[in-house]
Design a protein around this ligand. Structure first.
Ligand code: GLP
Length: 235
């Protein structure tokens, strides 16, 4: 595992954006595993600027996102589909149809989980998976639990995640209590993983990277992957 500590959060985002750009330049049909949350937004802004400047071309790229809330359709501003459209997809030359997320309104979530896993598999899994981390160590929506879930699956969100994510909703009661997420196995199949965390996540990042590997700290499983880079900052 490689750890990069930068001088500022903006610098961390610049490092990650450069890595994504370098991958797409060397492999124009790269498969990018993407994440939501406040953490990656500045990275997406930098990718948009690079795309506008003609430094990177997304026309042959496919994206696969980690997760989606159950019960929210893509036109709901709180959905992760909407988030991705707003912060990246609509502002770069990614073709419609090349951006993939689980469908949070599928009638049968178990079937949707199988469909999404098969889709990610058919794309050959991510060349690069971008990850944020929750304060309880969750990655995607893999919450602390008794065993590492392998494949895409529906999940009940923990109270701490609902509270943390409620900042983006009008009321805590509006936060969906269920989500559908790539499993730990799906994430680990990415060829390269970039975990980015701001200074506020220092404690959980340290616990995940240096503590015991346990599903009670889902990100700790990253210690088992052979190409993980963690980008954090001092400030
Ligand atoms: C959500 C997402 C995660 C993300 C986490 C942290 O729960 N499912 O993928 O890493 O939030 O979000 P933030 O970056 O806003 O702290």
């Amino acid at each position: 595992m490689k750890v990069i500590v930068t001088g500022s959060y903006d610098e961390s985002c610049a490092v990650v954006a450069e890595m994504i750009k370098d991958l797409v330049v060397s492999k124009p049909n790269a498969k990018l595993g993407l994440a939501t949350g406040g953490t990656p937004v500045p990275i997406y802004k930098k990718l948009i600027a690079m795309n506008e400047a003609g430094e990177v071309d997304f026309s042959a790229v496919h994206t696969v996102n980690l997760d989606e809330y159950c019960g929210l359709s893509g036109d709901n501003p709180q959905s992760y589909r909407y988030f991705m459209e707003k912060h990246l997809f609509s502002q770069v030359n990614l073709p419609q149809g090349s951006t993939h997320l689980p469908n949070g309104t599928a009638p049968d979530m178990e079937a949707e989980a199988r469909r999404y896993e098969a889709l990610v598999e058919s794309l050959g899994y991510a060349d690069l998976q971008l990850l944020g981390i929750g304060h309880n160590g969750h990655i995607g929506f893999n919450e602390p639990c008794e065993s590492f879930p392998a494949a895409v699956h529906p999940v009940e969100l923990t109270e701490s995640t609902i509270q943390a994510n409620s900042r983006l909703f009008d009321r805590v009661e509006d936060v969906p209590t269920r989500a559908i997420t790539m499993g730990i196995g799906t994430i680990l199949k990415a060829r390269r993983i970039l975990l980015i965390a701001g200074a506020d996540k220092r404690e959980i990042v340290e616990k995940a990277l240096t503590g015991p590997i346990t599903p009670w700290v889902p990100a700790s499983v990253l210690q088992l992957h052979r190409d993980v880079t963690v980008i954090t900052c001092g400030e």
